[in-house]
Design a binder for this molecule. Structure first.
Ligand code: F6P
Length: 325
């Protein structure tokens, strides 16, 4: 591959607050360093369908404050097929794109990796997901904002829970990872968290109830990681059946967790990694995600960052346990 002149950028998978700040950073740092930047709309779908626009610095003006993604996003099934990838590559050739920056989570970066290897082109990833489940970076873009959003919601729920002396099961996002649930439980002063990393059975809940929560407290909040089989509704039902004396309610926060203006931390992380992506391309890096670990910018090979074993610090379980008496 010859000299890199043009860099394509896309957002893919679930949107996350701070993606716009990342788009802005890649665009501005790219132009600053003499590259042409092309925005690709609707993730890999836009790459397949040639929805591409040349970006100038004006295209990314005023977006650092905005949630969502100006490039739109999609979860493309077609891109995961050889035919879909081939169509995407045809757009790359037609648009004369020499390197690609993909902002997204686990699935999106898996696609980025396959594409980069298959077509031998430089592909760089930025960690854009509220779930914080990408290995090799301390935080992902969107995670901090979402924690703050959840915290604000749960604080409100606490007011009504206190007033009615109720138990609330609050379901939060996170797919297969408990980062949001565990940390938000600590931040909100919740009484417990139910996370995919730790088995929770009804005996544990019974033990928790028998701590005499209602004797010493006015309300009880349990933060539950979403799960198709045993989310907040499942646990609430079981508690209702086995402890009919408790007044139980469920609140599923849903997609409101993904919207909103990004926090300072997310804007800064997006800006640093966005600039890092351009630097990585200049250095000839490929097939890696730009992360920040211990305040250092790091290049994490795609094969590493999509590992499924990134787990929150187990010491947080003890913190929550000791503080929720
Ligand atoms: O990956 C981000 C995320 O918000 C997950 O936490 C959640 O499981 C999923 O996306 C929801 O996806 P969708 O918006 O497609 O329903």
């Amino acid at each position: 591959m010859g000299k890199i002149k043009t860099i394509g950028i896309l957002t893919s998978g679930g949107d996350a607050p701070g993606m716009n700040a990342a788009i802005r950073a890649v665009t501005r740092a790219g132009i600053y360093n003499g590259f042409n930047i092309k925005g690709i709309y609707r993730g890999y779908e836009g790459l397949i369908n040639d929805e591409v626009q040349t970006f100038s610095t004006e295209n990314v003006s005023g977006i650092v404050t905005r949630g969502g993604t100006i490039l739109k996003t999609a979860r493309s099934k077609e891109f995961m097929t050889p035919e879909g990838m081939q169509k995407a590559y045809e757009t790359i050739v037609k648009e004369e794109i020499d390197a690609l920056v993909v902002i997204g989570g686990n699935g999106s970066l898996t696609g980025a990796w396959k594409f980069g290897v298959e077509y031998d082109m430089p592909v760089i990833g930025l960690p854009g997901t509220i779930d914080n489940d990408l290995y090799g970076t301390d935080n992902t873009i969107g995670y901090d904002t979402t924690m703050n959003t959840i915290m604000e919601c749960v604080d409100r729920i606490r007011d009504t829970a206190n007033s009615h002396e109720r138990i609330f099961f609050v379901e939060v996002m996170g797919r297969d990872a408990g980062f949001l649930a565990q940390n938000c439980a600590i931040a909100c002063g919740a009484e417990a968290a139910i996370v995919p990393e730790e088995a929770t059975d009804v005996d544990q809940l019974a033990q928790f109830m028998s701590r005499g929560i209602r004797k010493s407290k006015k309300s009880c909040i349990v933060i539950v990681s979403e799960s198709p089989k045993c989310g907040a509704l499942y646990y609430a039902d079981r508690v209702k059946k086995e402890f009919p004396e408790f007044d139980v309610r469920v609140s599923i926060l849903g997609h409101l967790q993904r919207g909103g203006t990004p926090s300072a931390r997310d804007r800064i992380l997006a800006s640093i990694t966005g600039v890092g992506a351009i630097e990585a391309i200049k250095q000839g890096q490929r097939n890696c995600m730009i992360g920040v670990r211990n305040n250092e910018v790091v290049y994490v090979p795609f094969s590493e960052c999509i590992r499924t074993d990134k787990r929150f610090d187990k010491r947080l379980i003890k913190v929550l346990d000791e503080l929720s008496i």
